[in-house]
Ligand binder design. Structure first.
Ligand code: NAP
Length: 247
């Protein structure tokens, strides 16, 4: 019997052209959702939807650009006659360097994509959900590096701590509209984002993971699917760590 956890839901997934966002898009479609796969890299987004079928929609979006987000949401409404009411913010970047070597422009860039991008997508998506009187679920992505204070990530780690806080604020502001907001906090996951981590560093990280391995994107999408589903109806304003028991 096909899985139906997300049957009938229209989902907007950013960063859907790669890694965790792609795994979310695939899992959502398997669970009966229709997916708008949004990424700044359209070709990659299209690669994702090719795996899913023609009812799903690839779309190019830059999450740092509010006007772009608005027009992309309008395009989705034109096609599906309703706005998406399941929103997953997976778009994210790293630009690592020690504080003394960090380019100020890279500091701004990471905050802009990871934090402001999440804020802008939530804001514009929530407005449309409210206009259409739709409740829904938003899931944002933080990182264990936010609590670890990872060296070399003076931009990325605070951006992810702030995403967690932003989600809690949004959960309180949006609850009256029937919109839940939660955060998933991945540990170290095998995606293009971590492919550049040197093996020596990977070994050091793995030694601190109780399950002694990096996670797979599908292991994050399982939790996101739960938070998107009606099975988590009483869960909002919280964070769920999926890190294999990282110390
Ligand atoms: P990924 O494979 O690099 O995927 C991120 C996707 O977001 C890429 O397709 C990227 O495009 C896209 N993107 C970047 N900037 C964008 C923008 N301004 N507008 C729209 N799309 C944009 O990374 P991932 O590992 O799947 O990460 C997904 C999320 O999980 C991120 O928020 C990341 O911080 C978080 N996370 C990852 C890990 C991990 O270990 N992998 C751990 C904790 C949290 P480009 O390729 O063109 O940049």
């Amino acid at each position: 019997m096909p899985s139906t956890l997300l049957l009938g839901k229209l989902a907007f997934v950013t960063g859907a052209g790669s890694g965790i966002g792609r795994a979310v898009a695939i899992r959502f479609a398997q669970e009966g959702a229709t997916v708008i796969a949004a990424d700044r890299n359209f070709q990659q987004a299209e690669e994702t939807t090719k795996k899913l079928g023609s009812t799903h929609m690839p779309i190019e979006v830059d999450v740092t650009n509010g006007d772009n987000i608005k027009s992309v949401l309008e395009e989705a409404i034109n096609r599906y006659k309703r706005p998406p009411s399941t929103i997953v913010n997976c778009a994210g970047i790293t630009r690592d360097a020690f504080i003394l070597k960090m380019e100020d422009s890279d500091f701004d860039l990471v905050l802009n994509v990871n934090l402001k991008g999440t804020y802008l997508v939530m804001k514009h998506a929530a407005q449309r959900m409210i206009d259409y009187k739709l409740g829904g679920s938003m899931i944002n992505i933080s990182s264990v590096t936010a609590r670890m204070g990872n060296m070399g990530q003076c931009n990325y780690a605070p951006s992810k701590a702030a995403v967690d806080c932003l989600s809690r604020v949004a959960s309180k502001e949006f609850a009256r509209y029937g919109i839940r907001v939660n955060t998933v906090v991945p540990g170290f996951i095998n995606t293009p984002m971590t492919h550049t981590v040197p093996d020596k560093v990977k070994d050091m990280i793995t030694a601190n993971v109780a399950l002694r391995r990096f996670g797979e994107p599908e292991e994050i999408s399982d939790t996101i699917a739960f938070l998107a589903s009606d099975k988590s109806e009483y869960i909002t304003g919280t964070s769920i760590e999926v890190s294999g028991g990282l110390a």
